[in-house]
Design a protein around this ligand. Structure first.
Ligand SMILES: [Zn+2]
Length: 180
């Protein structure tokens, strides 16, 4: 968590001329503003023409903001772990499927999601599976959350190709300061 050491590490690693560079040791419980500060400290010293990979982040909003900082790749347990606990990321915000309000909700999980879960099953059915401790609940929730993450990055790539990433970014909610 020392910006000068982040910079030195980045510079010395680049001297070894790797095909890509990872930024690690973050997202391990430190306050989120510090994560951003450390990424900011390393990023200017990593070459723009090599893949830059930030390890272990983040929420859908956060990964868009990391792209804005110059990050090309990320990995995270969040979409699959959250799915197993019934926390779903949707175009309308986060949704906790175990809530009683979904017991009679025949609508899709996310009306804007083209994934096979959203096109086939209702919120009420997904809630029933979760409340019944059916393993299928974890499978279907995971399929959706991963589809949502992949769709987010697809939209990011498209916005970059169209030269509209700044507009896209302005429409993304500021990242939450805590991980759910
Ligand atoms: Zn879906």
């Amino acid at each position: 968590m020392f910006p000068d050491l982040r910079r030195e590490s980045a510079q010395r690693t680049v001297e070894l001329d790797f095909p890509g560079y990872a930024i690690g040791g973050l997202s391990v419980g430190e306050p989120r503003p510090m994560t951003y500060e450390m990424v900011d400290a390393a990023m200017p010293f990593l070459p723009q023409d090599k893949p830059r990979y930030l390890m272990g982040v983040g929420t859908p909003e956060e990964i868009v903001h990391y792209v804005a900082m110059g990050v090309d790749m990320m990995d995270c347990v969040l979409p699959t772990r959250a799915a197993r606990h019934g926390l779903l990321f949707t175009s309308e915000g986060r949704l906790t499927i175990k809530n009683a309000r979904y017991a009679t909700d025949d609508g899709p999980l996310d009306p804007n999601c083209p994934c096979q879960v959203c096109s086939r099953y209702s919120r009420a059915y997904l809630r029933h599976l979760y409340a019944s401790n059916e393993l299928l609940a974890q499978v279907l929730n995971t399929v959706h959350n991963l589809a949502y993450y992949l769709d987010t990055m697809r939209k990011v790539r498209q916005a970059i190709l169209l030269g509209e990433f700044a507009i896209f970014l302005s429409g993304v909610r500021p990242p939450h300061l805590s991980v759910p």
